[in-house]
Ligand binder design. Structure first.
Ligand code: ZN
Length: 158
């Protein structure tokens, strides 16, 4: 989330890796899209390395995230068309100023379904004390767990 705010007005993107539906690690990927303000495309070699790492550490790709710097956390037409990994949830982080909104989606062959998202806060005390009223900061560093009803096998990615 910090990353999404820092990247604005460009979109950021990356992967969330984990085990059993719980995110253990996030990997930032470089957005190499021609117009990063309105689209994202992960750097292919970084993506390849991230998938290898997931495989080596026996983690699954739980979600592919990207941000919408001035929009809603709803998949765009392009996001739907280019969702090539149906096993992973598509997590969209919408930022507007310092406000952050998250939503997760499962996109299978153009069909979009909402995925329930659970966020367990693990906010450092200092951050909380500094700006208790800002949603964006309250959820910084939060652990994200997905209660996915589907199996998130990595098989198709390897
Ligand atoms: Zn998008």
């Amino acid at each position: 989330m910090q990353e999404a705010l820092a990247a604005a007005p460009a979109e950021c993107c990356g992967l969330l890796l984990g085990v059993g539906g719980t995110v253990c690690r996030s990997i930032t990927l470089t957005n190499v899209a021609a117009t990063p303000q309105v689209e994202y495309q992960a750097d292919p070699s970084e993506l390849f390395r991230a998938l290898r790492l997931a495989d080596d550490q026996q983690m699954e790709v739980l979600a592919i995230y990207h941000s919408h710097p001035q929009g809603e956390p709803i998949p765009s037409e392009r996001d739907i068309q280019e969702a090539h990994y149906p096993q992973a949830a598509q997590l969209i982080i919408a930022t507007r100023g310092q406000a952050v909104e998250l939503a997760a989606w499962q996109i299978v062959q153009g069909v979009v379904r909402s995925v329930p998202l659970q966020i367990r806060e693990s906010v450092a005390k200092s951050a909380e004390d500094e700006m208790p009223s800002r949603l964006g900061l309250q959820i910084l560093g939060a652990l994200i767990t997905f209660a996915l009803a589907m199996g998130l096998a990595l098989a198709a990615l390897t």
